[in-house]
Design a protein around this ligand. Structure first.
Ligand code: ADP
Length: 371
């Protein structure tokens, strides 16, 4: 089946065309709405895609949607009700869901006879039990304002966990994996039998691991302190924690390549940032080993996870007593399996492919909804 996967951002549209699982075209329309950009709006952006790629015989369009709230636990065929539900979730994802809605609206208009399927970043985590998603705050407030953990990067964690089981030669249903998605955004996930049982991002993609520009976990009192004691306006605090924190906040640069290079030169700020980043990963690995009651595998993925052997080694250093070891030669080579032969926990490096996972879920969804 021919499937067009669209990842619509506020100022860009990433697309990839699959034909029976194989990528036949891909591209990026950038700076939408900006003077000199590739397109004036999302309609023009999609028109550009339709002019560029051969959509003859297109079976479906798959849309990446960031926030599915508590409503969507799997890929969903888009109709007016679904659009309304995604729109209702805008307060939880004020930047991301409106962009996805623009992409969906335009694709429905320009390709009215093609089924549109929404695939949510949050859906994979809907299997986390209540005790893993409930914040211990005033229950009435939490319920009224939909405050709970949702988790993100779900398509990546789902894909990588399945690929890991395949790498181990085990059925997914009988595999426990800790997946570490370390990109600009970063999150950890405990996957038991192919289902998410814990993840580090929360109501928003702000909590958990240290990221390129986001703080990850902090004491919420930091915000009140910055407001009441330091006198910073709330907007400024929000922006600081999202855009000027993480590696950016600690080193002045959001890229792990810069951090590791400066650390190699003995830069103290970069050394501290690297250590904070890796220690946070280790804290989550330990936590998820406890949640899973041991793991068959730990898998690194995304920009940092796939390309930074020093991060992989440091994050899992000193865990031999838990059966976790990284072989230095395999790690430096970037092998798929970087633990020694016979180690109780297999440590893996698996390149993620969110678009391929979206296409797979679209195909699966349409196969089940037709039958
Ligand atoms: P996104 O989350 O935007 O999809 P990626 O998964 O591509 O991002 O990850 C991007 C990050 O990966 C970069 O910011 C950079 O820090 C990191 N990265 C890429 N290559 C390397 C490398 N060779 N060593 C360390 N970090 C790397």
């Amino acid at each position: 089946m021919k499937i067009l996967v669209l990842n619509s951002g506020s100022s860009s549209v990433k697309y990839r065309l699959f034909d029976d699982g194989t990528t036949v075209a891909k591209g990026l329309i950038e700076r939408i709405g900006e003077g000199g950009g590739d397109a004036a709006d999302h309609t023009e952006a999609l028109q550009r895609v339709m002019e560029t790629v051969d959509l003859d015989g297109l079976g479906a369009v798959g849309h990446r949607v960031v926030h599915g709230g508590s409503v969507f636990g799997s890929a969903t065929v888009v109709d007016d009700d679904v659009v309304r539900a995604v729109d209702d979730l805008v307060p939880l994802a004020p930047l991301h869901n409106p962009a996805a809605l623009s992409g969906i609206a335009v694709a429905r208009k320009l390709l009215p006879d093609v089924p549109q399927v929404a695939v949510f970043d949050t859906a994979f985590h809907q299997t986390i039990p209540p005790e893993g998603v409930t914040y211990a705050i005033d229950a009435e407030l939490a319920s009224r304002w939909q405050i709970r953990r949702y988790g993100f990067h779900g398509t990546s964690h789902a894909y990588v966990a399945r690929e890991t089981a395949a790498l181990l030669g085990r059925p997914v249903d009988d595999t426990k994996v800790i997946t570490l998605h370390l990109g600009n955004g970063a999150s950890a996930c405990a996957v038991q039998g192919g289902r998410s049982v814990a993840t580090s991002m929360g109501m928003s993609p702000q909590s958990g691991l240290v990221m390129g520009t986001r703080s990850g976990d902090i004491d919420p009192t930091v915000i009140f302190h910055l407001h009441k004691v330091a006198g910073l306006p709330l907007d400024e605090i929000e922006s600081s924690l999202i855009r000027s924190a993480g590696l950016q906040g600690l080193t002045g640069d959001n890229d792990m390549r810069t951090t590791t290079a400066r650390r190699d030169d003995g830069d103290p700020a970069a050394t501290l940032a690297f250590d904070v980043y890796c220690r946070r990963i280790k804290e989550y690995v330990g936590s998820y080993l406890a949640i899973l009651g041991g793991a068959d595998a730990i898998t690194f993925t995304a920009g940092v996870g796939e390309n930074a052997p020093k991060v992989r080694a440091a994050a899992l250093d000193g865990l031999a007593a838990l059966g976790i070891q990284v072989d230095p030669v395999r790690n430096a080579n970037g092998d798929r399996v970087i633990s020694p032969d016979g180690a109780p926990v297999t440590v893996c490096v698996v390149p993620t492919d969110e678009e391929a996972e979206i296409a797979r879920q679209v195909e699966e969804k349409l196969a089940t909804s037709v039958s």
